[in-house]
Design a protein around this ligand. Structure first.
Ligand SMILES: [Zn+2]
Length: 203
């Protein structure tokens, strides 16, 4: 499978950050640029992400590109076909096999662009994202703006209690916070004994 496309290997790009940081917009920007150059594009997202549409990768500002929802990372290999560029949105929700899948595609000459949350709402590294970032040639960390102080935000703070990491379709349940404001909120939640403070695990 090595060096199949035009005699060179591909590479892996990761776009990561908190909610409201423009990850998907950046993914779409890169894909549209490749599309303009007549490169063949395939876009995948985990079937769990049904926030807006089953067929589109949709950013919060509603720009969309057609995408294929898949149940597992392996399905991407089966469906990538002759794509020059493979985009993967919400990569944090894929099983860990997504790392091998991206490596395999890149080894085969494909440019792979993954977008995803780098941290969960508790501030822990999210799913396969740390390993994806480790093997990627290029990592772009984008930031939101902290709603408390206006600084650069890297946390997706959940404003409502609950233990389910996969809580989608409710963006009003989250707010972007910087490190300082996130720590203040977490300290307050622990003092109040809220559900968020009791969550220790990812699930
Ligand atoms: Zn702040």
């Amino acid at each position: 499978m090595f060096l199949e496309k035009s005699g060179r290997s591909g590479w892996v790009e990761v776009i990561c950050g908190s909610m409201f940081s423009g990850k998907t917009e950046e993914l779409i920007r890169r894909l549209k640029r490749a599309e303009f150059a007549n490169q063949a594009i395939e876009i995948f997202k985990p079937a769990v992400d049904i926030r807006y549409s089953k067929e589109n990768v949709t950013s919060h500002d509603s720009r969309a590109m057609e995408s294929t929802p898949v149940d597992s990372a392996d399905s991407i290999l089966l469906l990538a076909g002759d794509a020059d560029v493979v985009g993967i949105d919400e990569a944090q929700f894929f099983d860990h096999n997504i790392v091998d899948v991206c490596q395999h595609l890149a080894d085969s000459g494909v440019r792979v662009i993954c977008a995803g949350l780098d941290m969960d709402y508790l501030g822990n590294p999210f799913g396969p994202m740390p390993d994806l970032m480790a093997v990627a040639e290029y990592v772009t960390k984008v930031h939101a703006i902290c709603v408390k102080c206006g600084g650069l935000a890297q946390h997706s703070h959940r404003k409502v209690p609950g233990g389910n990491l996969v809580m989608l379709g409710e963006k009003e349940a989250y707010e972007p916070l910087c490190r300082h404001c996130f720590n203040l909120e977490r300290t307050r939640e622990k003092a109040e004994g809220s559900d968020n403070a009791k969550d220790k695990s990812c699930g």
